[in-house]
Design a protein around this ligand. Structure first.
Ligand SMILES: [Zn+2]
Length: 356
């Protein structure tokens, strides 16, 4: 298992280069004095000697210092996945700065995509259709304005709703309570979430101010939202903004390629014992499994097998905390919070990736 990557010093940077650690990509580039080329940390080219390598914060600095970007790993280009996400982010920016709803065809043409592909990609990245996203944006603006204590009717118009009465019909739907109640409501931690579809079925990703706090899997988006409400009964839940949606793409990538590292901040809340178990789960390499007894031994509590099983079942971060890698002592699949079939699927994907 690769050690946690820390961009603090050149030694850990060099270690990331030696292990071709994808998690370090985008955090720095390295340049080779003898060839004049600069690379992403994960570049697959043969490694230079340490003494010929210098590090830069980004490719721009390396180019200024006279190095040219490697043709193989192209540190000066965004990954194709990132380019697509950037288009969606750009579309979200356009929506954010507009006071009027924008039609799908117009929005797609402004980011140079066909309406069909744009619609599909938008849904994939944000979990919402462009129409649904605009609706959520209006709700978000409305919430913001209500908390700034403007008169309610004024806030409704500023938020881009066509008419006040239209708003009042939608208020319960978007806020879950009336505007006045909302303004009087106490301050509660906010949790943003996005729902969408990946090869494992429906997913929900949520983040608090501290980081990703829930990754849930299922076959019904509405049920996942209910599950989130149960897990965080005192938080106000809101549909994620564009920045969050771009992050979610990274989580989806992980759900589809469960061995991949994740570089997003995580908000892992649980008892000290649960945290201990969850850390032990994260130490199980992709493609391998461990029994509940193995985990109990690894955390130095050999008697606590049932409690380990309980901690696995309490996991809120599917795949990131890989509780799917825990099986019965005889190797049989035991239960999985998100369905045994999904557990089997995850283990199969990991086994395939090991063979590649
Ligand atoms: Zn390279």
């Amino acid at each position: 298992m690769k050690p946690f990557f820390d961009n603090a010093n050149d030694e850990s940077r060099w270690q990331a280069v030696e292990t071709r650690d994808h998690r370090a990509d985008g955090q720095f580039v390295f340049a080779v004095k003898t060839t004049g080329v600069c690379c992403r940390p994960s570049c697959s080219a043969r490694h230079a000697l340490r003494k010929n390598v210098v590090f830069f914060e980004n490719v721009g600095q390396a180019v200024n210092a006279g190095f040219r970007p490697c043709k193989r790993c192209q540190p000066d280009k965004l990954a194709p996945e990132q380019q697509r996400i950037d288009r969606i982010t750009q579309a979200c920016r356009i929506l954010e700065t507009s006071n009027q709803p924008i039609a799908l065809a117009e929005l797609a043409s402004r980011v140079a995509m066909s309406p069909f592909h744009f619609h599909r990609l938008f849904k994939q990245v944000t979990g919402l259709t462009p129409h649904g996203w605009q609706k959520a944006l209006r709700a978000k603006r409305l919430r913001e304005q209500l908390t700034q204590s403007e008169p309610v009717t004024r806030a409704v118009f500023d938020a881009g709703y066509q008419s006040g009465s239209n708003y009042y019909q939608q208020a319960d739907e978007v806020l879950g309570m009336t505007a006045k109640q909302f303004r009087q409501g106490g301050e509660r931690a906010e949790i943003q979430f996005v729902v969408g579809t990946c090869r494992l079925g429906e997913f929900l990703v949520a983040q608090s101010e501290r980081g990703i706090c829930a990754i849930l899997l299922g076959s019904d988006a509405q049920r996942l939202i209910q599950e989130l409400e149960t897990l965080f009964p005192h938080s106000s839940l809101m549909v994620g903004d564009a920045y969050f949606a771009a992050r979610v793409a990274q989580v989806v990538n992980l759900l589809e390629h469960p061995g991949q590292p994740i570089s997003l901040p995580l908000d892992i809340q649980g008892t000290a014992f649960q945290q201990l178990v969850w850390q032990a789960l994260r130490d199980i390499p992709a493609g391998q499994t461990a029994s509940y007894r193995d985990i109990a031994l690894r955390i130095g509590k050999p008697q606590a097998i049932r409690a380990v099983a309980g901690a696995c079942a309490a996991n809120k971060l599917a795949v990131v905390i890989p509780c799917h890698r825990v099986v019965r002592n005889d190797g049989a699949l035991s239960g999985y919070r998100w369905g045994v079939e999904r557990k089997r699927q995850l283990l199969e994907i990991e086994a395939e990736q090991q063979e590649e």
